[in-house]
Design a protein around this ligand. Sequence first.
Ligand code: PMP
Length: 348
Amino acid sequence: MSKFLNDKFKDITPYSTSDEINYNVIRLNTNESPYKPSKLIYERINNAIDNLNFYSDPDCNKLGEKLSGMFNINKSQILFGNGSDEILNFIFTAMCQDGAAFPNITYSFYKVLAEVHGVNYKLIPLQNFKIVPENYFNLNRTIFIANPNAPTGLFLSLSEIEKILIHNSNNLIVIDEAYIDFGAESAIKLIEKFENILIVRTFSKSRSLAGARLGFCVGNENLINDLRNIKNSIAPYNINALTQVAGLAVLDDEEYTQKNLIEICNTREKVYNELNNLGFNVLESKTNFLFARHENFTGQEIHNILMRNNIAVRHFTKPEEISNFIRITIGTPDQMKLMLEVLKNALR
Ligand code: PMP
């Protein structure tokens, strides 16, 4: 540690990406899409390179216009981020004055951001791996809920989310919909009815653009204006020009996204059944991953068996309740077949 670091950052625990970044294995550990990005991107990026001498559009106008048409909302109700992680960072920077609350088992970045921003946070225990809406009533804090949740894959219905909104009318509720396209219902329509909801979305999963870093949030205009001011105070040109072009190309090729989504969901259902047959207990998932534990093998053992065969899955050692689970990203049918064969041979 250097002597220059502010005291308040001396004890931070950063988000760990170390076991994620290995491109020489079958990557079933980071919930990326196994499918290449839309072909439309290739040509358009080439043209966009010509304009890289100019700054990128700080307001992502073209992207905003396209998305506002898709969601039937106003462009002023959308803000883009360098991945949805950046949007989450803006919210923790500016909208957690009274503290934050989120499930004890959820996307681990919420805790990292709370700590780096000195936001006091409360962890709400899951019950039977489920988020219980009543446990979030009147908490008087900014609430973060990943829906569907990660790494469990379980989701809340819109009526359950509405209950949480009604019982926290003076607090912001952030619904992180990173995995929403894989089968659960989006809460976007609730932004007309509630001023305290902010929906966070990403192009990293269903739209095959994890490496381009593009996310966005949707909410009422005042909320988005406040966040835009924060964005313009920290990173005015947060979305680079190539990413803006790539994002728009993906949206212009919606058919391709839908085709991939169907493929991933079909594969998920098949793998769900196969894992059950192999003695796994698998949580029902509305995401592009499955969360499963084996009746006779530990999570670490399953992780190691697959890793020896160059297949990476995610194993969490903490908290204790999930230490025997592994999280498997849904890959291509071929990748899944290989993984199931390895498991079949090893577990026999
Ligand atoms: N939210 C959740 C629940 C996630 O799992 C992830 C991906 N790790 C993110 C947000 C961040 O996604 P990105 O920054 O790539 O948009």
